[in-house]
Design a protein. Structure first.
Length: 181
């Protein structure tokens, strides 16, 4: 959970800076901020899932992702699209990897011999919300360059739903303490 807390803190700082850039700083675009955030975002997702997935073969695949993600980011951000254009390629690849990681975790979770209460499993809720967001973002991102020029509301609502579910995941720790006392 500490690693995921670092990720959320970085997300908040990115959102603040992106809003400052497009508002008071009057940058032409804040895409470079969001494009730069994608590199640590997908690396932190991979590290998080590597810490909660037990299958050693999947962990080796995730180690490969940790090498692949920066390479894909550099190629797509600087050679294919440029840092000032929304990097939809990285989002499509990163979200596809995220869907894979969430699926692996859920598969392990539901086949586990251990009795785990879904209501109190923060990792489950983080994986579920991330899975839902990534599955919905992939088809939207395919059209995001069009949506960015016309209307971004679809992805904003997905973010709200995902972060509300993550808030519930953090509340799971409180539920464990309340139920055990």
């Amino acid at each position: 959970m500490r690693l995921f807390s670092v990720f959320l803190g970085l997300t908040v700082l990115t959102e603040i800076f992106a809003n400052l850039a497009s508002g008071p700083l009057r940058w032409a675009t804040n895409w470079p901020i969001y494009n730069s955030f994608m590199l640590p975002e997908y690396i932190l997702y991979t590290l998080f899932f590597r810490s909660i997935i037990h299958n050693q073969r999947i962990k080796k695949v995730l180690n490969g992702f940790l090498v692949l993600i920066p390479i894909v980011w550099v190629i797509s951000s600087f050679w294919l699209l440029g840092i000032t254009v929304w990097n939809s390629y990285m989002v499509l690849i990163g979200d596809s990897l995220t869907i894979f990681m969430c699926t692996c975790y859920m598969y392990e979770f539901f086949l586990s011999e251990d009795e785990i209460d879904i209501k109190t499993s923060a990792e489950f809720w983080i994986a579920a919300s991330t899975f839902m967001y990534a599955c919905c973002e992939v088809p939207i991102t395919g059209r995001l360059n069009y949506l960015a020029a016309h209307n971004e509301q679809a992805t904003n609502w997905l973010l709200v739903i995902m972060y509300l579910t993550i808030l519930y995941a953090y509340q799971c720790r409180r539920l464990i303490n309340i139920m055990s006392s």
